[in-house]
Design a protein around this ligand. Structure first.
Ligand code: RB5
Length: 147
């Protein structure tokens, strides 16, 4: 599995911890920055991660900012992206099973590291259900991009 990850300064420290956690499990990680804790603008970090997912270079994307809000909104502006802002493991499971989310966002100033890592593990470890009703709803969601 290959994961693309990106963060602003608010998510920089958590990004490092997620990368070492994933690499310790043998997951390949594409680190799209930020590479230090200098103040940056979160909308700049969503596109490289989303592009990696949409091109198939990465299986999933992880985005982190202080709250996860700004970077998730930014990601969801990109056609083809279904980014879920996650704060619990149940939602992480549902985001994959029901919504087939391809990118997840975390708030580094909201979550403890332990919970954040469990959310990551749950998200990347859960497959889409492929139930007809969920496929239909996802198609309707994606059709909203054309309006
Ligand atoms: C940066 O200070 C902060 O606004 C950002 O990390 C994020 O929380 C925005 O949604």
């Amino acid at each position: 599995m290959i994961i693309a990850i990106g963060a602003d300064h608010g998510g920089f420290e958590l990004k490092k911890q997620i990368i070492s956690h994933l690499e310790s499990k043998g997951v390949k990680v594409l680190d799209m920055g930020a590479y230090d804790a200098q103040s940056v603008d979160y909308p700049d970090y969503a596109p490289p991660v989303c592009r990696a997912v949409l091109s198939g270079e990465a299986d999933y994307g992880i985005l982190i900012c202080g709250t996860g809000i700004g970077i998730s909104i930014s990601a969801n502006k990109i056609e083809g992206v279904r980014c879920a802002l996650l704060g619990d493991t149940f939602s992480a499971k549902m985001a994959r099973e029901h919504n087939d989310a391809n990118v997840m966002a975390l708030g580094a100033r909201v979550l403890g590291v332990g919970l954040a890592l469990e959310i990551v593990d749950t998200f990347i470890g859960t497959d889409f259900s492929h139930d007809d009703r969920h496929s239909r709803r996802i198609q309707k969601m994606m059709d909203l991009e054309k309006r």
